[in-house]
Design a protein around this ligand. Structure first.
Ligand code: GTP
Ligand code: MG
Length: 511
């Protein structure tokens, strides 16, 4: 299809490939969902991790505890050609999707009140030794934070407020915490459930199935990968690791025992680059394999109001949640672009965190609200979205970015209108495709007598999401009020290529 003059904005996208031979880890954390001693939440998290390993062949190991999970890709993985933001967003999005879908299985009597969101980062592990150190570090943290939580919540249950409880155990080491549990609460730490103390490791193993017997009675065997969840005490030890056939093959063996976590390694695990200051940040998310998703869920072709309105409703939720930072969003088909203002300091502008949190929240809202828009159609599998963040230095270029997306919307919509008109008239999909090759779409529309301007404006213009009452917004913000009380987030279907809309709403892109 034709390129527009706005395509140049693509050159602002930066490469973020995790180079070979680094091992790719994706480390995700929930934004405040963990409750004390809530084994059910841990089991739900484990069940989501199992589904990640089932869905993505390249993920060979997951380790999680409390509200976090880490996924390790096999060394040779080419998953999404190793682009960090794509890998991170897809895993985080899929995990969020499964979390919402499985919620009822684990909490049948408790409604999921608000869409959960996870944020994460990609870690490039330079060697198997670095991976071993990472696992040792996380399992140490699991142990310590669990001891801490066990004491903290028992103190709160007994009557301290959270600050008092926190101050009380500040600076306590392992043995102090153990003693406190034993002396004050009669709890022997070592008898607590292993899922709490050791975390959970999800692994792929190889098992042998006998599929049939030959005529002379000899078994015919086939190898199959199976997924197991274990709560092992020392996942970073040689003994545990080197017994796992799949891990040895895909990630390599552990050579030495590691007893201490080197702080420099931890620094590298915690590193998350920041987006350039004083630039507009655009986070664009896009449905993964929505061609298939729309077929399976029988979306109306080429535009399904239910699907588009569901996307819009999720975008509104994103603007309401990130109300201090996101000023505008534009969506079409299975994609949405969110504009963060130049001065935004969301997550200190850490790229990984921003992308994963937005994509995760969008996805869980999508799954949670599915039934509102598709009451008659069951969600057949967890949808996922990918995401990326791009910085634009000036408002002019940002507006060119938005124009690029809206031109794309026009071109796709014109093409789809012609395509489906041809199919409806009896042509095969291939014939329709061939007859539109290289031709002028505008001419085709006339030839096919499509009254293009009569098509719903949402199809032609896409959807823009923004806050209308900006004056209110400013007044209330000065008074210290929060999101809900000011300017409603609205969805409009307008021309954002020309200047009229922007002149009528000067505050949206006000620097
Ligand atoms: P990736 O994004 O690369 O994973 O591929 P994709 O299959 O998601 O395709 P892409 O994002 O390029 O395009 C989105 C696809 O979603 C369209 O080609 C349609 O097949 C489908 N889609 C989105 N919105 C609608 C809709 O309203 N109706 C129908 N029928 N399909 C839609
Ligand atoms: Mg897509």
């Amino acid at each position: 299809m034709a390129n527009s003059k706005y395509e140049y904005v693509k050159c602002f996208e930066v490469e973020d490939e995790v180079m070979f031979p680094n091992i790719i880890l994706v480390w995700i954390n929930a934004c405040k969902i963990h409750k004390p001693f809530d084994i059910n939440t841990l089991k739900l998290m484990n069940s989501c991790a199992v589904e990640v390993l089932e869905e993505y062949a390249d993920v060979v190991l997951a380790y999680g505890f409390s509200d976090e999970y880490t996924f390790a890709f096999k060394k040779s993985s080419k998953f999404y050609e190793r682009r960090a933001s794509k890998v991170l967003s897809i895993i985080t999005s899929f995990f969020s999707s499964v979390f919402v879908r499985k919620w009822d299985d684990f909490f049948p009597h408790k409604e999921l009140q608000c869409p959960p969101s996870f944020h994460g980062r990609v870690i490039a592990c330079a060697s198997t030794e670095a991976l071993q150190t990472y696992l040792l570090w996380r399992q140490n943290v699991c142990h310590l934070s669990n001891q801490h939580e066990q004491c903290f919540w028992r103190l709160v249950e007994r009557g301290m407020n959270e600050k008092e409880a926190c101050d009380f155990i500040k600076g306590f080491d392992k043995s102090h915490l153990n003693n406190l549990l034993f002396d004050e609460f009669n709890v022997n730490y070592n008898t607590l459930e292993p899922i709490l103390r050791q975390g959970s490791c999800v692994l792929k193993t190889v098992i042998e199935d006998i599929v049939k017997y030959t005529d002379n009675g000899a078994p015919v065997k086939r190898h199959r990968r199976k997924i197991n969840t274990v709560h092992s005490k020392k996942i970073a030890s040689k003994k545990f690791w080197n017994e796992q056939i799949v891990l040895l093959k895909e990630l390599g063996g552990f050579v030495e025992e590691i007893n201490n976590v080197i702080p420099e390694y931890v620094r590298s695990f915690e590193f998350d680059s920041k987006l350039m200051p004083s630039t507009w940040i655009v986070v664009r998310i896009d449905g993964c394999h929505f061609h298939r998703f729309s077929e399976i869920h029988e979306f109306v072709k080429p535009n399904d109001d239910r699907a588009l309105n569901l996307m819009n409703s999720c975008a509104v939720a994103v603007l309401e949640k990130f109300w201090e930072d996101i000023v505008f969003a534009y969506g079409v088909s299975d994609e949405y672009s969110f504009i963060l203002k130049k001065s935004s300091n969301l997550y200190q502008r850490r790229a990984n965190k921003i992308v994963s949190a937005i994509v995760s929240f969008f996805t869980s809202t999508y799954v949670l609200r599915w039934k509102d828009f598709f009451p008659q159609s069951e969600l057949k599998y967890p949808p996922s979205f990918d995401g990326r963040a791009v910085c634009y230095p000036s408002t002019e270029i940002l507006r060119d970015y938005l124009a690029w997306r809206q031109v794309d919307c026009h071109i796709n919509n014109q093409y789809n209108s012609c395509f489906w008109k041809l199919v409806a008239s009896g042509k095969s999909k291939r014939e329709a495709q061939n007859s539109l090759k290289g031709g002028q779409l505008q001419k085709k529309i006339e030839e096919l007598a499509i009254d293009y301007n009569k098509l719903p404006v949402m199809y032609r213009q896409g959807s823009s999401v923004y806050r209308d009452k900006v004056d209110n917004f400013l007044i209330l913000r000065e008074n210290g009020k929060s999101s809900e009380s000011f300017g409603k987030v609205i969805v409009g279907h307008i021309d954002i290529i020309g200047s009229t809309f922007w002149m009528e709403h000067p505050n949206i892109l006000d620097e």
